[in-house]
Design a protein around this ligand. Structure first.
Ligand SMILES: [Zn+2]
Length: 461
């Protein structure tokens, strides 16, 4: 019920009182304002004592005013994600779930009874990036609604595309960050930082860009299976466009399958199967969402980010696929060389004359070496092969950071993973972080500087 409050509700937007711009404080009198050293007039013998007292008061006001200006300036600068102290940034996670707002019109329109959605008790909104006063109440309500619907929880950030053209704004990307501020020696407080990142402009690829990316898609031996409507195919090419050839070449030959939903995980947007080197994209990836990744000029759709996430699994797991392929090659080499001695055929058992023993041993040693390499192979995320009940499986291989460079970087960032989904597994953290490295590198650098540095070193763009 708290939701249907009137626009004049004090509590819900007391924080939205427009602040004076830091350069235009109340005038302290032209004579004093124009002097860089107002205090020296106090000793001007030409002045009457009453005039001196008046000037002293004005100087005090000016001094106070300058302090206020500094405070305001500090407050205004504090409203960007980038300006939070590193300790606070390292606790923030990026929202990668779907973000929707069903009633944008009622939050902004002045024609209908406007809905004001309050922020949680004690939380305040701070605005930055040239947001006109006329949009602040509505944007605060957007924040309230995102928090209410759990799209935005404490210590998370999301960028959304809002078309406010009908309400005196424009189509812009806004970043909402709900953060617990914990100043040293001060009291903890909760703030919603609302940043206008800029006009969204044209999103997605142009027709010629799509053709160019389709050419790269084909060059890398990528194929599509299943039904890919044009808009979804465009999102797939948008993801391909984000990745340099140096990242795509190692995963040449990927198949992109399209299915309605994951057989066991209905929330999954996609999956990657290393045994068939196939990325499957589900309906979920294309669900309507206001979420964007990156900044205007380089904004990515949630679908493109989801596809990048899946491709990054393929990049991550490449060493494990290669180790498996080597083992299969060596096993096949022995089968081929000793085909005539296989008894019975297909049994993988061989009966051969002793003159062949040395050759058999050589080939068998190569298999043993490939098996050892398979055991030692590590994905970038630390994932590994493990024999479970006679079958080889890819496993996380313990949850500790260990000696793996990616895991160590993650631990050095404080241990809070960059998205909630990352908590599932190390390889999911890798894929989530990689997808942000590609689609929103600035935010990854600000939130998880060590993980960002890891990718810069290992996967230069
Ligand atoms: Zn994944």
């Amino acid at each position: 019920m708290a939701e249907r409050q009137t626009a004049s509700d004090q509590e819900s937007h007391a924080h939205q009182v427009p602040l004076p711009a830091p350069t235009e404080g109340p005038a302290a009198g032209p004579a004093v304002e124009s002097s860089p050293h107002p205090a020296r007039y106090l000793h001007d013998r030409r002045l009457h004592p009453a005039q001196r007292r008046a000037l002293a008061r004005a100087a005090g006001r000016l001094h106070g005013n300058r302090r206020l200006q500094r405070m305001l300036a500090a407050r205004i600068q504090r409203t960007a994600l980038a300006d939070l102290p590193e300790a606070e940034r390292r606790r923030i996670q990026v929202v990668t779930a779907q973000v929707t707002l069903s009633d944008l019109h009622s939050l902004f329109s002045t024609e209908v009874a406007t809905t004001t959605v309050p922020l949680p008790t004690g939380a305040t909104a701070d605005f930055s990036g040239e947001i006109p006063d006329s949009l602040r109440r509505g944007l605060s309500s957007v924040a309230g609604r995102l928090i209410q619907t759990r799209a935005l929880s404490l210590n998370t950030t999301t960028t959304v595309a809002l078309n406010l053209t009908a309400y005196g704004g424009d189509a812009s990307a806004y970043r909402f960050t709900y953060v617990e501020r914990t100043p040293a020696g001060g009291e903890a407080s909760r703030q919603v930082l609302i940043e206008r990142l800029g006009a969204t402009g044209a999103e997605g690829l142009t027709e010629p860009q799509q053709q160019a990316q389709q050419a790269r898609f084909t060059q890398h031996g990528f194929t599509r299976t299943g039904g890919w409507p044009e808009a979804e195919s465009a999102a797939l090419l948008e993801a391909v466009a984000l990745l340099p050839d140096a990242m795509l070449t190692p995963v040449d030959g990927l198949t992109f399958a399209r299915q309605a939903r994951h057989p066991t995980d209905p929330q999954a947007a996609g999956s990657y199967d290393p045994s068939t080197h196939t990325v499957t994209v589900y309906n979920r990836a294309f669900a309507a969402s206001l979420a964007r990744f990156g900044t205007p000029g380089a904004l990515s759709s949630p679908a493109a980010r989801a596809v990048v996430h899946e491709i990054s699994h393929a990049i991550d797991l490449l060493p494990l696929r290669q180790a498996w392929a080597r083992l299969e090659t060596e096993e096949q080499a022995l089968r081929t060389a000793f085909q005539e001695y296989e008894d019975p055929p297909g049994s993988n058992r061989y009966t051969f004359p002793s003159s062949e023993q040395a050759r058999y041993n050589r080939l068998n040693q190569r298999i043993t070496a490939a098996e050892r390499a398979l055991t030692q192979a590590r994905a970038a995320s630390g994932e590994r092969w493990e024999e479970v009940a006679g079958q080889h499986e890819m496993v996380e291989g313990g949850t500790a950071a260990g000696s793996n460079a990616f895991r160590r970087a993650a631990e050095q960032d404080g241990g809070v993973r960059v998205t909630a989904y990352s908590d599932r597994e190390w390889q999911e953290y890798y894929a989530e972080a990689f997808s942000l490295y590609i689609t929103d590198p600035t935010v990854l650098r600000q939130l998880r500087p060590r993980v960002y540095a890891y990718f810069v070193a290992h996967n230069p763009r």
